[in-house]
Ligand binder design. Sequence first.
Ligand code: NAD
Length: 332
Amino acid sequence: MKKILIVGVGSIGRRHIENFSNFFSEIDIAEINKERISKACNDFNINQSFEDYTIALESNNYDAVAITAPPFMHLPVAKVAVSKNCHVFIEKPLGMSVTGWNEISDICKENNLINYVSFHHRHIPYVKRLKEILDSGKYGKVLNANMRWGSYLPDWHPWEDYRSFYMAKKEQGGGALLDESHGIDLIRYLIGEPKRVAAFVGNVSDLEITSDDVAFLTMELENGSYVQINFDLLSRYPRVSLEIVLSDGSIYMDRVDHVLRIYDAKLKEWREESWSKEEFMSAYQVQAKHFFDCISNNAKSLTDIADGIKTQRVIDMSFKSSETNSFQQIRV
Ligand SMILES: NC(=O)c1ccc[n+]([C@@H]2O[C@H](COP(=O)([O-])OP(=O)(O)OC[C@H]3O[C@@H](n4cnc5c(N)ncnc54)[C@H](O)[C@@H]3O)[C@@H](O)[C@H]2O)c1
């Protein structure tokens, strides 16, 4: 019998209700929007609902709390959840900045609380395959990589005006750089830790948002390779891709078409491996099981807060680089 509280039942919160219901025996929700509470209670098997997450946490004992509200709420909710001895599942990005997260990570360590940050791309089957290929060394060492991650914000949530979605609001943690930080996590996971970054983060479109609609990051990694990333919220057609140039080949991952294209320089040949959309979507279910296994079966959290802090630091330093026109060191 395990009980979870899900804080925020917007787009991703609803998806997590579905996935966690395969593992947790009771699901409670906390959400400030009454209509979203009603809809979730209609659509799913919800035990209890609250408009205030602090009341939920005061009046119940939960095994875990899933923080699926906008980024500006991640730290305040995490503080209360760990003070109540709950394991925490935190949506990406970790938060607004690294500030305050070391303390939460320490409390988790002291009290043996599982903490997981939802960089779920690591659970996509072809990301795992790509990691396996890179780790095998078959195509030599990584020399450089280019990542492209863009889509059109007004197309994201057809049920609401994009201007009222938190993504449009800088103070709530919207914007291309914070949101598309899956890409930074993937570079760290697949290729290596960034050493320094130079970035442009800004607004170039006519979108009515206070958050950034574009970010260009140029990074040197600790292993000596160079990486460029271009995130945006203004591409009329979605593109999510990563091209990795190695000493003995190239690998291109397309996360819209779900393929890996691999060039073998010794054979002078391309080959392709492909996956279905269902296999791509399975990552959410695999992730829910992973979190449950961490809580119940001693599995080790793949992306804990300490790891999430490393991605967040790249985000923080990219904002700083853009504001100060300078390279920023990632390691402190
Ligand atoms: N891992 C992924 O694939 C993925 C996908 C989408 C979103 N996300 C992340 O999930 C988070 C939410 O994104 P979303 O797209 O679901 O946003 P959303 O706006 O659709 O949903 C967020 C919900 O949180 C609610 N909320 C705000 N303040 C609250 C509070 N104090 N207490 C309770 N509820 C509160 C809002 O009313 C809203 O319903 C963000 O951090 C985002 O980056 C992750």
